[in-house]
Structure formats: C-alpha cells, structure tokens
Ligand binder design. Structure first.
Ligand SMILES: *Cc1c(COP(=O)(O)O)cnc(C)c1O
Length: 424
C-alpha cells in the first residue's frame, strides 16, 4: 500500500503532481509520502500488539530527518548502527530511551557516546565488544542495558549480501557460545544483560526461516531461565520483506504483517517476555520513489538504451543486489500504446550502472519523467557522490504540501569536502 497514483493522467505523490516537484527541485530526486510512512508504522505496531512500544525503526533504511521526524511524532523508537545514526535519531526528536544500538564494529568512542546518551539498549555482537563496553560503562560509573545478539545459524533474505543469520555471516555471537557469554555478561560490572537479539536478514519473504530462527531463540531463553537468569527481552530484529514487483506472489502489506505478528506471538506464547522489533524496509520501502528524467535514447540494432539522469550513485540497489524496481512513466499512457523494450541506464562510467535490461515501457522521448518505485528504503541512504555527482535531493510530501528535506548538494559543498595539502 502506498500513495503514488495517477490523477488526471499524471502521477502524484499523495496530492502533489510529480512534475511540479521535478520543475521546482530538478531531477533526479527522491520523493517520500508521509501518509505511507505513517500507515506502515501504524500497521506494523498494530500487528505486533501488545509489543507496539518496542518497535525500533531501522534508521539505516532511510535516515532523512523528515522521515525520522514523521516517525518520531508517532512515538517510534530507532534502531541505529553508528554514532551518526544515534545523533540523527536524537536530532529528529527520538528520545535516547527509545534508541537501540546494533552493529558488529562499534568503536570505543561510539560505545562511550551511546552510554553517555543513556540509550535504551546496546545489542552486543561479540565477546570483545562485551568486554570493551563493560570497561567503558564501568569507568563512567554506569551499567548499560544490553542484549546479546546471537547468530541463530539460520539465514534468510532477498540476496546473499543481505542475509545475516547464517553461521558464515559476521553478525552476532555464535549459537553455541550464547549461554556462556550470557552468564559472563551477568557478572560484569558495566553491563546489565536483559536478554537476546537476532536479525537473520533483510527482504525476508519466507516466514519459515523466521519461525525456525525464533524457535531456536526461544529455546535459548528457556535454557537461560532454567539456569536462573531473568531473561526479560527478546529483540527479533527486522527484515520483513516487501513486494517490489506488482506481479509478485506476495500478500498485501497488512496481511503479511498480521501473519508475522501472529507468528511471533505464537512462538513467544507463555514466555512472558518483552519482544522488540527493528523494521526498516517494510516501513520506508514503498513510501518513496526515485524520479528521473530521460536524457537520451541510444538505439542499436538489438537494443535501446534509455539513458536517464539518475545513476547507481543515487540508487545502488540494482547494481549491488541485482534488485528489481518497478518503473512507471509520470505521464499516464493509454492502455493501447505501443510498448518498447529498454535497458534503463544511468550516466555513470560503469556497465553496472544499469537499472534494468529489456524492460517493457511505453515509447519514451528525451525530457520524459519516469519513477523507480519502492525506492524509499536503502535508496538515498546508500547514495554517494561517485563520479563527483552531487548528493541526490529528498522531498517529503504531506497531503498537497511538500518540503525539500535535503536540498541538492551544491558544487561548492561537494568540492569543499576536500582540503588541499599544504605542499601543493
Ligand atoms: C538492517 C537491519 C535492520 C532492518 O532491516 P530491514 O530489512 O530494513 O527491516 C534491523 N536490524 C538490524 C540489526 C539491521 O542490521
């Protein structure tokens, strides 16, 4: 469910015609829908009741200030993976008491910052990190609430690069070590170990992997409790997948999330435990599009390249994860209009800068606008200035209003990032 639809033959984001944004802000540009963000967050909370107070939006999916503020207003917590994300979540008005800090490589400075900020929970991923954190917190006279992230040795996800729960993946302490480390943490001065966490991957559409992993986690909780530990929290991570293709054999968002909620409630039944969630993609993915303009059409004997002004630096998912994005023209076309196969490519000097090959689209002209759909998660947040291209702007729509929540970088800002060495 999203709010990008044709009205009078023109694609709109909620009540705003996309050409108006293209004219005012230029292209390429990300456009987000507040109503979609709000709806997804609310539907997720509803689905995981009575655990709705421990939904921590994964900032790395889309850390735009406008997006974070929209979710903060609804009471969302934040799952963060760097000091920068913690700072951004705080800047957006998400209180420290609603922030979780995950990641395999937290530095000493980052851990100290998180402890000083008084965040809700640090998800510890290795024995070394456990020791470092306890030392840092104890030196400050603090006891930081933690959970131990366990690698359940069951991975899942839409691509090998976003599978995190396999034994071969770098995330979390090994399953066989979990109980020893929990007991160790329970005796350390700088931490208060509250429970366990797992996050098995992203773009998970097969709930059987979730079920198997969560059941394994339940087993660890029960075993630890038999040993006398009061295991109060079980953070189940994020990863719920979303439909990228309209023809995708995947249920409507509400149905999917309700099925997910039913599954976790069933698995946690009788445990009397606080469940935590870290959804990212399922909140932001369908709440954003990347709008780009056709520059040229380079027709060869066997194929046509639709060359657009967005590149892999603006949206890296197709190049990095072989991801599929639906492409819609901004001007609605008649159902009987001729369709043409295009390879949709960007201007970057790499063959990997290809959004799709052989895609059937209406016949295009230079200057036409198209959108890559489902670009609200891992789109702008993964963008770069590769090829010395300015960071792509971001626009947040609410009803018939919109705001530029990140202006297009200027060339002065881009060049000003560097400093000349004194000897030149
Ligand atoms: C990336 C990540 C998430 C969010 O994953 P989604 O697939 O966007 O829901 C949640 N938790 C952790 C620890 C992550 O690394």
């Amino acid at each position: 469910m999203h709010h990008f639809d044709y009205q009078n033959g023109v694609l709109h984001a909620e009540g705003v015609p996309l050409p108006a944004i293209a004219d005012a802000v230029g292209t390429p540009v990300y456009v987000y829908s507040s109503a979609t963000l709000e709806r997804h967050y609310k539907v997720f909370c509803e689905a995981v009741k009575p655990h709705q107070d421990h939904v921590f939006y994964a900032v790395k999916a889309n850390g735009n200030l406008g997006v974070l503020m929209t979710l903060a207003k609804l009471g969302a917590g934040a799952d963060t993976v760097s000091e920068g994300e913690i700072r951004k979540a705080l800047a957006a008005g998400i209180p420290a008491s609603r922030i979780v800090f995950s990641g395999v490589g937290k530095t000493g400075e980052e851990l100290a910052f998180a402890v000083d900020a008084g965040i809700y929970q640090i998800n510890v991923e290795s024995e070394g990190e456990l020791e470092a954190l306890s030392r840092i917190a104890a030196a400050r006279g603090r006891r930081q609430a933690i959970v131990l992230r366990v690698n359940p040795e069951i991975g899942a996800g839409g691509h090998a690069k976003i599978t995190t729960g396999d034994a071969a993946n770098k995330f979390g302490v090994s399953f066989s070590e979990a109980e020893r480390l929990y007991a160790k943490a329970a005796n350390m001065p700088g931490v208060s170990v509250k429970g366990l966490a797992a996050h098995i991957g992203s773009q998970v559409t097969e709930f059987s992997a979730y079920r198997a992993a969560f059941l394994k986690m339940r087993g660890v909780v029960e075993s630890l409790r038999r040993q006398g530990h009061a295991v109060e929290r079980l953070d189940l991570g994020g990863g719920v997948g979303i439909p990228y293709e309209m023809s995708y054999p995947y249920r409507h968002g509400t149905e999917t999330l309700n099925a997910y909620g039913d599954m976790v409630r069933e698995i946690a039944a009788g445990l009397d435990i606080e469940l935590g969630f870290e959804p990212g993609r399922v909140i932001a993915g369908n709440a954003g599009i990347l709008m780009t303009r056709v520059l040229y059409i380079n027709t060869r004997a066997d194929r046509s390249f639709l060359i657009v002004d967005a590149g892999m630096n603006d949206l890296v998912r197709p190049a990095m994860y072989e991801a599929w994005h639906e492409i819609w023209p901004v001007r609605q076309v008649a159902p009987d209009q001729e369709l043409v196969r295009y390879d949709v490519v960007g201007p970057i000097c790499e063959t990997g800068d290809t959004f799709t090959t052989g895609r059937l689209l209406p016949k295009m002209q230079p200057g036409d606008l198209i959108v890559l759909k489902t670009a609200g998660a891992y789109g702008a947040s993964m963008s770069s200035t590769y090829n010395q291209r300015r960071l792509v702007p971001e626009v947040l729509v609410k009803g018939t209003e919109y705001a530029v929540t990140r202006p297009r970088q200027t060339f002065e800002e881009l060049i000003g990032l560097d400093r000349a060495p004194s000897w030149l």
